[in-house]
Design a protein around this ligand. Structure first.
Ligand code: UDP
Ligand code: MG
Length: 313
């Protein structure tokens, strides 16, 4: 059986379209399936539509969160509650084309791979500045972390049960699923496809949210920023040694005229700035440790339409 995990947050416009298109593909695939929608605390009619679908179609399961916990929490809830031998995560806006599913299943069934993942081959329709930052982000994170994060990778992928269980076993509170998929390993086949625009409704991500997401990814999967302080320290020590030499020689050669207020202030401000910068980096990691040690649940389910749903995790 295949479980399709679909996180939804205020998606009343696109949900019926998604359901129609995806079921049409699944019906042709000749494989038992389950659609597991995770309503991430929507304030529109998303839950109402899910309830109606659940009543008319026995393939439709849903979990509904008590508030908006974010897409990462929704994906985690979906993975934990999926019953299928194969699981896939899909956006509801049809930017993850369901038409790829038969091909993905075929590749998995051939047995050479444990997961089939998708990546956007282009970023058409996206503001150029966003594409530029995204490109730099992937370059940076691949350089400073030891997990492999493929450029343009979507969360849309079909996995075998072994891999799903591995992803679930990483129970960290600060989740960055793109990194987690890379971390657990397994043989992954990548399918590139052409970027498509959202079928209806609005994107939940603005530029600053994406920047925050990128920073979270870096902090969750790399310790390099923490060593920046040491590198600055070594650099500054080297520079100050040469400045010391310069000042001592000048004192011996030219006497001691009172001067140098401007340069002194510059140096104090510069070093002060670096101190705060490094403290800030440490603060980011400490904040993550803090949220991690509180052991708060990732999500709280207010209602669901199937037995055995995990309500708090
Ligand atoms: N989503 C969610 N919770 C959130 C934000 C988004 O479950 O807090 C879901 C959303 O309903 C959609 C998917 O995550 O199914 C991707 O969101 P969106 O299309 O807005 O992101 P984009 O494609 O613009 O990056
Ligand atoms: Mg989208």
């Amino acid at each position: 059986m295949i479980t399709l995990i679909v996180p939804c947050f205020n998606e009343q416009d696109v949900l019926p379209v998604f359901y129609r298109e995806t079921v049409a593909v699944l019906e042709k695939m000749n494989c038992p399936y389950e659609l597991l929608f995770v309503d991430d605390g929507s304030s529109d009619d998303t839950l109402k539509i899910l309830k109606e679908l659940g009543e008319t179609d026995s393939h439709v399961c849903y979990l509904s969160f008590s508030r908006n916990f974010g897409k990462e929490a929704a994906m985690y809830a979906g993975l934990r509650n999926a019953h299928g031998d194969y699981t896939a995560i899909m956006d509801v806006d049809l930017q993850d084309p369901p038409s790829l599913l038969p091909e993905m299943l075929r590749i998995l069934q051939e047995g050479d791979y444990d997961s089939v993942a998708t990546r956007r081959a282009d970023r058409e329709g996206e503001p150029p500045i966003r594409s530029w930052f995204a490109h730099k982000f992937y370059k940076l994170i691949n350089k400073i972390s030891n997990v492999d994060i493929v450029e343009g990778a979507r969360d849309f992928r079909l996995m075998r049960r072994e891999m799903t269980d591995a992803v679930i076993s990483l129970g960290e509170y600060n989740r960055f699923t793109k990194g987690i998929f890379g971390w657990v390993g397994f043989r992954t086949c990548w399918i590139p496809y052409k970027n498509t625009e959202r079928a209806a409704g609005q994107s939940k991500w603005n530029f600053w949210k994406l920047v925050q997401y990128a920073l979270d990814g870096i902090i969750n999967f790399s310790h390099i920023p923490l060593s920046i302080a040491s590198w600055f320290g070594i650099g500054m020590t080297g520079i100050s040694f040469f400045m010391l030499l310069f000042i001592v020689i000048r004192r011996i050669a030219f006497g001691d005229p009172v001067a140098g207020w401007a340069s002194l202030i510059c140096v104090i401000l510069f070093i002060g700035g670096i101190h705060l910068f490094c403290l800030g980096i440490m603060g980011q990691y400490i904040a993550k440790i803090y949220t991690e040690t509180k052991h708060r649940p990732h999500y709280i389910v207010a209602e669901s339409n199937f037995e055995g749903a995990e309500h708090i995790r």
